[in-house]
Design a protein around this ligand. Sequence first.
Ligand code: ADP
Ligand code: MG
Length: 337
Amino acid sequence: MKKCALFLAVLLLSLSLTGCTASTEQTMSFSAMDTVITVKLYGMDFESANTAFSECRNILTELEALWSATIPNSDFCRINEAAAGEILLDFRTIALLRLASEVQTETDGAFDISLAAVSALWKRCETENRLPAAEELTELLSHSGNGTWELSDRGIVKTDPSLCLDAGGIGKGAAADALLAYLKTTSATGGMISFGSNVVCFGQKTNGSAFRIAVKDPKDPGSYAGIVTLSADTSLSVSGDYERYVEIDGTRYHHILDPMTGYSCNSGLSSVAILCESGALADALSTACMVLGYDAAMELQHSQTYRFEAIFLFSDGSVRITDGLRECWSATGSDLS
Ligand code: ADP
Ligand code: MG
């Protein structure tokens, strides 16, 4: 898969920041989970911040060792390599899969953590410069979705031996939650965690100004469609059709798949930003809403199954937001209806 920009995995550039001195704002960036992660801390001295940064790295290393499907012996690797039956898992993986399963149900299958083999087929087809055959997709899809796995108290029960899972649509948000929980136990008076496409803030900036996050313009990822003011403890996740993709015969096929067809989803949306209380949920819902499209995503919001707000960036360049964002979104250069 190609990435348009390594640093900003989907679209965010954090708008900083005036008047912070080096002693009250400490920033660190590092790579993990196939993205660049930036942690910014306020109200902490250099040494304490460095201790906090190393603990953040440790947490991410542990989670990656559980959730990466390419690290030998990770929970996801063991799931994907196992035959049918029960596989014992770390409690953090069970929690991740529980939420994934719930969102899969609530989105009528639009969110589906079991598309790893389909994603892998697209990557292979890119190297072979050919489109996947319909029969190949149908065959792989028959080993994904409902009825192929369930959770037990201790792990997962794989009912289809060919099942392959992929945490790509939910793992970064869940990792941001883990960092947030840890950082709130430190002496930092505020901070921001960014995984590029997943951002969360806590406490306050030293200068008291709001946390403002720019959401990339899918038509021109070098600029932004608008700015959202993010309340503390609210997570933002953005999924888009322009950042990660395979290119076959000159055409781009982006990385968010419609679980019904195995092709890149094509719901009329180029990008969706979700704001809610949990990073993992925001991550899963932003992926799901790309597949669902505007009408079904709004139905989900109105059903109040989950409390979330959303910014929808349509393929035609228009932008729509949910009512709860009227006060915290300002559009730049796009029509706001
Ligand atoms: P990003 O990882 O770029 O922030 P997303 O959170 O939207 O983007 O997740 C996309 C990733 O999730 C894909 O790269 C793939 O690993 C996985 N995925 C693709 N389609 C789906 C889907 N319908 N449901 C759940 N996960 C998906
Ligand atoms: Mg996601």
